[in-house]
Design a protein around this ligand. Structure first.
Ligand code: DGL
Length: 284
């Protein structure tokens, strides 16, 4: 009997990780779909950006962040970062077999299904394009479709600075998307979780003839499916809370959280983390 009650009210948090603020584009979808769940968000801003780093380095960081979330009772971990998923998803599942993981992969499948021109664009980080996960997604889903790729490292920095609508952002978007538009794409896959924050200017640049695909809502549905399938949902009616943590500067994180999602936080809502000998823990 007692264990049934525990199952109905699994109040442990969902862990969400990213190199920085990109995972917030997934977090907002999870919050909308699963408002009663608690979330523990970890931004590894001490190491952002992940995109220009080697796969091995990103894998080491991702394992450290996931370990921190699991040590703090995460019942499921969302790797809300395409780069970290590309580098570490298989390793994470091996290293923590008890914990379910939901990762990101570029949404080539719906883009290839819906294209009319036969040409789709994928924007992501350099590391994501180098990983085996990306090659496997293209191999599985892109049959007969031409895939144009473009790394957009500035987009990550713009989102990290909360600068998602000014001239610098518009100029970067124009420059990076020009080759894709010239190639005649009609689907554009946002293959990095930082990019949905630039969606308004991306859509203005590509125009109505190009469909922009953000997988955030699909990832939230996958989180719900996995939790439900394992009896891990929190059946409580009370609203869930979010604890934000960062290995960077909590004050800067709070400012950008406000700029990107309009969320006001108190200093205590964003907690500082420190790397110490390869392990991530609370800052003193
Ligand atoms: N948000 C990340 C992604 O989805 C990583 C960006 C970065 O740190 O370079 O790939």
């Amino acid at each position: 009997m007692a264990s049934d009650i525990t199952l109905l009210y699994d109040t442990r948090p969902i862990g969400v990780l990213d190199s920085g603020v990109g995972g917030l584009s997934v977090l907002r979808e999870i919050r909308a779909l699963l408002p009663h769940e608690h979330i523990l968000y970890a931004a590894d801003q001490g190491h952002v950006p992940y995109g220009p780093r080697s796969i091995e380095e990103v894998r080491t960081f991702t394992l450290g962040v996931a370990r921190f979330l699991i040590e703090h009772k995460a019942k499921l971990v969302v790797v809300a970062c395409n780069t970290a998923s590309a580098a570490a998803l298989y390793t994470l599942r091996e290293a923590f077999p008890e914990t379910p993981f939901v990762g990101m992969e570029p949404a080539v499948k719906p883009a290839a299904r819906d294209t009319r021109t036969g040409r789709i664009g994928v924007i992501a980080t350099e590391a994501t394009f180098q990983g085996e996960l990306y090659a496997s997604v293209v191999g599985r889903f892109a049959n007969g479709v031409q895939v144009e790729t473009q790394a957009c490292p500035e987009f990550v920095l713009l989102a990290e600075a909360g600068e998602t609508s000014g001239d610098a952002a518009r100029e970067a978007v124009r420059r990076r998307l020009a080759p894709l538009l010239a190639a005649g794409i009609d689907q554009l896959v946002l293959g990095c979780t930082h990019f949905p924050f630039l969606r308004a200017i991306i859509e203005a640049e590509v125009g109505p003839g190009v469909c922009v695909i953000d997988p955030g809502a699909a990832i939230a549905r996958q989180v719900r499916r996995v939790l439900d399938g394992r009896g891990l949902l929190n059946g409580s009616d009370a609203p869930g809370g979010v604890t934000y943590t960062t290995s960077g500067d909590p004050a800067a994180f709070r400012r950008v959280l406000n700029a990107l999602l309009g969320i006001d936080t108190r200093p205590d809502d964003v907690l500082a983390l420190r790397w110490n000998g390869g392990l991530l823990g609370w800052a003193e």
